[in-house]
Ligand binder design. Structure first.
Ligand code: SF4
Ligand code: SF4
Length: 80
């Protein structure tokens, strides 16, 4: 219940991403995955999805660790 009240989400600018995947390795909820589609710079960018996961167990907590580690400032965090 409390998780629903504090629900957060992120947005990844896939065109800024250079595919280092630090965000993927850092996310404690495993919400970030590697896209199968190349961006315009030729990288497979990180992407974000809650759709394929059990949202009750893996919701974004808004911790911002992914945004902090991103060297290309490609991630924005939104806290509900
Ligand atoms: S940390 Fe930033 S540059 Fe690296 S994969 Fe994630 S979004 Fe892309
Ligand atoms: S804000 Fe935290 S929980 Fe949400 S996607 Fe980023 S690292 Fe994962």
């Amino acid at each position: 219940m409390a998780d629903k009240l504090t629900k957060a989400s992120i947005r990844i600018n896939t065109e800024l991403c250079k595919g280092c995947y630090l965000c993927k390795a850092t996310c404690p909820e495993n919400l970030i995955f590697v896209s199968g589609k190349l961006n315009s710079k030729g990288y497979y960018p990180a992407n974000y999805s809650e759709e394929e996961l059990d949202i009750e167990k893996h919701a974004c907590k808004g911790c911002a660790l992914c945004a902090i580690v991103c060297p290309d400032l490609a991630i924005e965090v939104y806290r509900g």
